[in-house]
Ligand binder design. Sequence first.
Ligand code: FAD
Ligand code: NAI
Length: 475
Amino acid sequence: MKTSYDLVVIGGGPGGYEAAIRGAQLGFSVACIEKRVHKGEPALGGTCLNVGCIPSKALLDSSHRYEAAKHEMAEHGITTGDVSIDVAKMLERKDNIVKGLTAGVAGLLKGNGVDWLQGTGTLLDGKGAEKKVKFAALTGEESEITAKYVILAAGSVPIEIPVAKTDGEYIVDSTGALEFSEAPKRLGVIGAGVIGLELGSVWRRLGSQVVVYEAMPEFLAAADKDISKEAAKLLKKQGLDIRVNTKVTNAEVVNGEVVVTTDVNGETKTEVFDRLIVCVGRRAYSEQLLAEGCGITLTERGLVDVDEQCKTNLDGVYAIGDLVRGPMLAHKAMEEGMMAVERIHGEKAQVNYDTIISVIYTHPEIAWVGLTEEQAKAQGYEVKTGSFNLAANGRALAQGEGVGLIKVVADEKTDRLLGMHAVGVGAGDIVHQGMIALEFVSSIEDLQLMTFAHPTVSEAVHEAALAADGRAIHA
Ligand code: FAD
Ligand code: NAI
């Protein structure tokens, strides 16, 4: 086994494997250490491919098709007969997609000449010019590897709360919620964040009665208020019972049921569920990653401390993705991985943290980029906004998707676009127009002067920009 590399990447999630590939493309000798074993097989791809982005989207898609087949075909004149769901088959499809993608990543590493070291990597000493990393192989052997550069990409794990300890069967985290063998009749969810809304939607569509408890008084506090209000209305109409301002004070399994105790403004209530999902956020995963005395500084919250370019306090050691500040998103991890390697290579790569898109893959999707109206005002901008309702968009209506809205936020003084927000069909794709416009410092007038194809949902972006100056045609 080779024991000396130009670059060692610890963690083979989206941040780590992209960094490893880019490093090899730039001519470095690269090892990527990944310890994950998924369903009995060593696996690359991290949280995202194995138990995150991909399997959750596979289930979102299957459950959406099921619901559409059951309830939305008749108005098109399509007769379906009895529609039923084979959950085992649905899970098998998800697993096959995951398997294909993780095998694909292994192929990419191999094709680029990256050595995938299957096991645990621990930074022993990152202070000198020659970094030392311990490698504990899945087979049990241990060795020491040296590298000129190290990228820490160990990702994150779910936050556990003492009032609702997971047991892997009745009370589960997001990973367990991807594996229910049937739709629980009554499903409780702690946390109305991204996972709560996505996985809550999956199981609701498949027949669960879903209650989502949210400790904060406000629903989706990070989103623009107009968007979170509309999203709450649509999700509640679908049957998600979202209870804000509700603190779970205890959850325990009694006779095969989960008894949940909540506190709402001092009033105690209990409710019983068949399963409970705990999804109250994730934390950086640095156990086994950093040996005592390796020299790395952590923040108070346990994140690896890095600057804007993902450089740690040690020369030649970078950290990226969920392990460091910023949103815990796969696309952010990937871009940071590329930036870190290109910086090591002497280039001036940069991530624009102001244009990172957020998407919640409910149906319809909820997505945004840039500043919300509230953030723009708080930053001292004189704000103008324009919104357009998809109820007046021909394509959305033709698709039976005439709900939701698109909103633009701009600086009244300069006309510059500051943010784009959407809840509606394809919102996650729509706001990429906002991302590109923000990158190019576009004005509202730019969006008004462009010709959007008819009939597309994107026309609502045009109309929202026109609405910012009181000129929307179809409003
Ligand atoms: P990870 O993907 O967590 O990868 C880190 C890897 O490092 C892990 O595989 C781990 O085994 C390995 N590792 C850790 N320590 C060591 C060590 N010491 N030695 C060797 N290996 C080690 N994000 C999106 O952008 N879009 C989505 O739709 C989305 N959906 C999600 C759905 C769910 C249910 C969850 C849980 C997350 C979702 N995310 C989504 C978040 C996304 O998965 C993460 O932001 C992303 O995976 C972070 O990438 P990363 O490379 O930093 O870390
Ligand atoms: P989250 O941070 O999105 O939401 C957690 C929610 O739980 C918050 O609203 C919080 O107020 C609430 N909460 C915290 N403690 C609570 C308690 N004790 N009782 C009730 N509510 C409580 O975290 P989540 O959903 O666990 O997801 C973790 C991360 O994974 C996300 O922040 C995101 O970065 C990533 N992710 C991204 C996805 C996407 O991009 N589509 C999909 C899924 C996850």
